[in-house]
Design a protein around this ligand. Structure first.
Ligand SMILES: C[S@@+](CC[C@H](N)C(=O)[O-])C[C@H]1O[C@@H](n2cnc3c(N)ncnc32)[C@H](O)[C@@H]1O
Length: 278
């Protein structure tokens, strides 16, 4: 069972917390978005291959209102959602009410309310708070992971079309190469996953795109999707609206063995000696 570390300590300072206008101000529409995402299970499949959680202790950092907690709880030993925005903590608590092995606590990536070495998998989805400069959060995750445990960061892929094109229009300064370089230097492997978002109505599609993009970009995005559905014929439009969306699944495993400085290569690097090779 989960124990609460450093009881009474406040979650990470507000400076660490990045406002999330979509889910903070439009949680019901964000729920529609979460339901529309990954309808074919490609992302869940990749996650299960990269960091299996069956029988494990899982932390979902920046869990929002806890949409992904029940899915982990189907097979995990325990699941903890950590979220800094209090109204979302309350929504998440309502979602998981009555679920035996799941709980939610206020906290942040920089201050996870758990003891050292208490989790096997830390998951963070659309976790833009994990980007260049997020070293304090990465160190905190390392603290709570057991040796051999994994951090999985799931983020949108701005290089994937068409969703990436709309993102780039709103984020002209975002440098995907610099972001990839940052994570590579931090020891992450990156797997690109193409998924499908699916909406049963033009209204829900439009509502979701309007909380993700500025008004002009959202208009163009809605038009693109409706045109594409139209070009595939009336039958396909009646069958709903599909948006291809690419993700980057970034995974870093905490070394399971003794870590020694590696004097044979560049300064600051290290080698891990696992029990079988030590
Ligand atoms: C885009 S939402 C995604 C929510 C959830 N992961 C999901 O997929 O439904 C990003 C979440 O990160 C939270 N957040 C912002 N800054 C954070 C930080 N420093 N540490 C942890 N979570 C943070 C926000 O409050 C928000 O709930």
């Amino acid at each position: 069972m989960w124990r609460i570390a450093r009881r009474g300590q406040r979650p990470g300072s507000r400076a660490d917390v990045l406002p999330s206008p979509n889910i903070w101000y439009h949680p019901d529409t964000y729920e529609l978005e979460n339901r529309a995402q990954d309808v074919d299970g490609d992302l869940w499949g990749a996650l299960a291959q990269e960091c299996p959680w069956t029988g494990k202790d899982v932390i979902d950092v920046g869990c929002g209102d806890g949409f992904h907690l029940p899915r982990f709880a189907e097979t995990a030993r325990s699941v903890l959602g950590v979220e800094p925005h209090e109204p979302l903590v309350r929504r998440a608590e309502t979602r998981i009410a009555g679920m035996r092995s799941v709980r939610v606590l206020p906290g942040s990536a920089q201050d996870i309310p758990m003891p050292d070495a208490s989790a096997d998998v830390v998951h963070a989805r659309t976790a833009y708070f994990f980007g260049p400069g997020c070293e304090p959060g990465l160190r905190e995750v390392d603290r709570v992971l057991r040796p051999g445990g994994a951090l999985a960061i799931v983020d949108l892929d701005v290089a994937s079309e068409p969703y990436g094109r709309w993102m780039r229009a709103d984020l002209p300064d975002y440098d995907p190469v610099a972001v990839d370089d940052f994570f590579e230097r931090q020891g992450f492997r990156c797997r690109r996953v193409t998924t499908r978002w699916w909406f049963d109505s033009a209204e829900s599609l439009a509502a979701v795109l309007r909380i993700e993009f500025s008004p002009g970009v959202a208009d163009r995005a809605i038009e693109d999707v409706l045109r594409d559905a139209g070009s595939r014929g009336r039958r396909s439009a009646e069958a709903g609206f599909t948006v291809p969306v690419g993700y980057r699944l970034l995974v870093r495993v905490k070394p399971a063995g003794l870590v020694l400085p590696d004097h044979s290569s560049s300064a600051g690097s290290s080698v891990s000696i696992s029990p079988s090779t030590a």
